[in-house]
Every structure is written in structure tokens, then in C-alpha cells.
Write a protein that binds this ligand. Sequence first.
Ligand SMILES: NC(=O)c1ccc[n+]([C@@H]2O[C@H](COP(=O)([O-])OP(=O)(O)OC[C@H]3O[C@@H](n4cnc5c(N)ncnc54)[C@H](O)[C@@H]3O)[C@@H](O)[C@H]2O)c1
Ligand SMILES: [Zn+2]
Ligand SMILES: [Zn+2]
Length: 385
Amino acid sequence: MTTTGQVIKCKAAVAWGPGKPLSIEDVEVAPPKVHEVRIKIVATGVCHTDWEYLFETGKGMKFRPFPLVLGHEAAGIVESVGPEVTKFSAGDKVIPLFLPQCEECERCLSPKTNHCKRNWANTQAGVLADGTSRISCKGQRVYQFLGVSSFSQYTVVPDTSLTKIRSDAPLDKVCLLGCGVSTGYGAAVKTGKVESDSSCAVFGLGAVGLAAVMGCRAAGARRIIGVDINPRKFEKAKVFGATECVNPGDHTKPIQEVLVEMTDGGVDFALECVGSPAVMTAALESTADAWGMCVIAGWTETEAMSVKVEKILMGRTLKGTYFGGWKSVQDVPKLVDEYMDNKLKLDEFITHNLPLGHINEAFDTLKSGNSIRTVISLWQSGGST
Ligand SMILES: NC(=O)c1ccc[n+]([C@@H]2O[C@H](COP(=O)([O-])OP(=O)(O)OC[C@H]3O[C@@H](n4cnc5c(N)ncnc54)[C@H](O)[C@@H]3O)[C@@H](O)[C@H]2O)c1
Ligand SMILES: [Zn+2]
Ligand SMILES: [Zn+2]
């Protein structure tokens, strides 16, 4: 029975308000409008940013409207397409993208950036291009998260926020390329342009940080120092290529001083993958005079970091990265190829698999430091689904 053109009733994890656990609900997903695609989500990762929006909204994060369906690191299959969609058809395997690539705006036309402007304000406001959402629950509009909302069995996204991937890609693995792994890997190889034989420090060894370690290794870095306050992350960091690991809690001196001493003047590249302004300052100050490069991947929206001007005057560069600098539509399929060719790890990031009904446990294990990534299977029964 075709569902094209029909409202689909399915399950989703709805966030009814900031700080409250997600609740599994029956939702209605409207058909796609012009230049939109409806996707059956097969698998989704749970990223630190999902947690931040739920628990830090109005604090470290700007306020976003609720109720909301979170989730932005996913893979699925096209169910149907709206009018004027030319690049997708039912049955395509796809990865939805929280950062679009419209290929038309001045930023898409520039090789200098991946910051596509398409639908930006609406996406931040939790709606699609026409100012509304396609998801509703109990007759009430449910806002979409970053234009994606993958904690739902079906969602609708703009056709510029979606990329088609090869048909043999395992969706329960490549979903991680929708955010965390691409971000960390790109922070090193694309935004930071880590060089061979260089020394690197990666702050925060969650999925983003471990992917940054993997990027430093792929770039041929000689020394890759993993930094985390949770020493349980160190073993995994070595799997991804860390040559040594440091716990700031083991030292009385600030961690930047420890790193400067360890490397005789500072690292060539520092990558911040925590989202803490204090750690960002430490990362910048751990780099070497003259050419030190600090890349910030960790996310915070309302807080400021402190920068000693002298550190910049002495030749350091401070950069931020959004989605690892990748032009999303064109680059994500290439990262899928790298995984399929065994050049990029994904399986090693996945510490837990859970059905949608257990999604709150994924937040708990992420915050307690016991998981790297939990992959949620949208169609596996269990919990309260
Ligand atoms: N820039 C982007 O486009 C983008 C994309 C995805 C995620 N992010 C952000 O990247 C950050 C990391 O995401 P994640 O999913 O890997 O998170 P995570 O929670 O899995 O990992 C964070 C790690 O940082 C460690 N940590 C905490 N405080 C620390 C400190 N003071 N010093 C050293 N380590 C410390 C934690 O122990 C943990 O291992 C988050 O801020 C997230 O919002 C940014
Ligand atoms: Zn994310
Ligand atoms: Zn664009």
C-alpha cells in the first residue's frame, strides 16, 4: 500500500519541554511540500548537541521552541518526494544534513566555506522553508530540529538538506557521518589542515574528539595527544591513533602548561571537541608560537571564551568549524566511500545499540561518560514503543 501523498502515523521521541525526558508518542508526518523529501529514518546516532538543546537551552544554548523532535545524525530511505524534487526518488538511501548545500547561494559558490545560507533562519526556528513543520502530535505542531528531526520513524527535510549515498552502505553505521564523525574528522583534515609529521592535541575524546584523532592520524601527524578528564576514554583514543593521553586532573598546573612542556613549546595543532570556553582557551594556549593552529569544534552559543591578544599576535590562528568544513551534499557520500574502503572507521565509535523506546538511556550513558555513540534503531521494538 502506497503512503505517497498521505499523512503517515508513526512513532517519535518528543521533547515536550527543556530538561524533560523524551516521551515516545504517536505523531503524524505530513507529505512533503515543494522541494521537500519524506524519509523513513532507519538509524540515528545521539549526539552531544541533542543533549545540549534539551538540557542547556536558555543557558549555554539559545532558546528554541518546544515541543520538538530532536535528532540530526541519521540515515534512512526516501519514502516519497514533493513537487519539483529532481535529485531523489523513493527507495534511495540517504543521509539528512543539518547543514544544507544548496549549490546556489554565494557561500555554496565559494570554495572558502561550507556555511550554506539556505533556510538558515527557519532551520534555527525549528521550521521548514514555508515557516511550518511537517510533524504534529495530538493536534499540536511539533518543531523540527535543525531541519532534520531524526528521533522519528519518518521526517520531512528540504531537498538541499539531504544527500544520496551508495546502496550497499549499512545505514546503522553510516548514520554517524550525519554529524559527529564528519565534524571531528573534518576539523582535523579540512578546517585545521593538520600536516604530516606535526604534533597535535585533541581536547575531549567523545565521538567528535575521537574522529579528530582519526583525522590527525590520517594526515600523518607524528604525535597525537588525547586530553580528557575521563581516563576511560584513553584506551579507545589509542585505537583511533592517539600516541599518548593526558588527564588534566592528574596535574596541578593548567593543562596548557603541561602540553607546552611536553612538546617543548606547544603543539602545532590543537582541536577543541568539548564545548567549554575554558577548554577552548586552554587549547589555544597549548599551541606553539609562530604557527600554532587551534580549531574549535565544541559547541556553545551564548558563552564567550577568553583570548589573550598576545597569543594571536605571536602568530597563532584560531578557527571554528561547522560540520568539519565539509560541503555536505557533495562530501558526505565521499566519506561513506572512505568507510566502505576501510579508510575511515565507524564501527569503533558505536558502543551501544538501542531501540527508540530506550532513547533516554542513550542520553544517560552519554552524560555519564559510559558511551561514545549509541545508535538508535527506529524500527526495533522495545521500551515503550
Ligand atoms: N561544530 C560542529 O559542527 C559540531 C558538530 C557536532 C558536535 N559538536 C559539539 O562537539 C562537542 C563534542 O561532542 P561529542 O558528541 O563528542 O560529546 P561527548 O559528550 O561524547 O564528548 C565530550 C568529551 O569531552 C570530555 N570533557 C569534558 N570536560 C572536559 C575537560 N574540561 N577537558 C577535557 N575533556 C573534557 C568528556 O569527558 C567527553 O569525553 C559538543 O560540544 C558538541 O555539541 C559540534
Ligand atoms: Zn551533532
Ligand atoms: Zn547554499
